[in-house]
Write a new protein. Sequence first.
Length: 139
Amino acid sequence: MTDKDHYTIKGEHRYCYEVWVRPILKRDGVTYYGSKNGTRSHLFLVTGNIKKLTAKEKGFKVKYNFVRGIGNPRYRIFYARNSKLRNAESVTRPQKKTTCTVKGLKSGKNYYVAVQPYKNLWGHLYLGVRGDVEKVRTK
């Protein structure tokens, strides 16, 4: 490979992997950076989509789509009190789980939620594109 900012690699499972040096993604005004010290980060072109978002007592339940075609990815659910997901907390879900219940939040407040699939292959972390941010008000 040469020293350039962006590479496209045809990978397994008929998906195209994009490998970025820095930055890796700019979405909704937020720039996501790869690892520091010159190491490369990997991004695969799969988006995490929320199917249903339900308010619960001091929490919420999120149901999201299972991503097919890339093996069994894991999922990271981001939630924060602002729509840009700054200082967002996250919950990691195991493979083949498509629901997550988050508890212990403040009641009557708005929370913004997004899902991001990821996969660890051959010692490299492949991050999916974070899905659209949705809003829920806790009970």
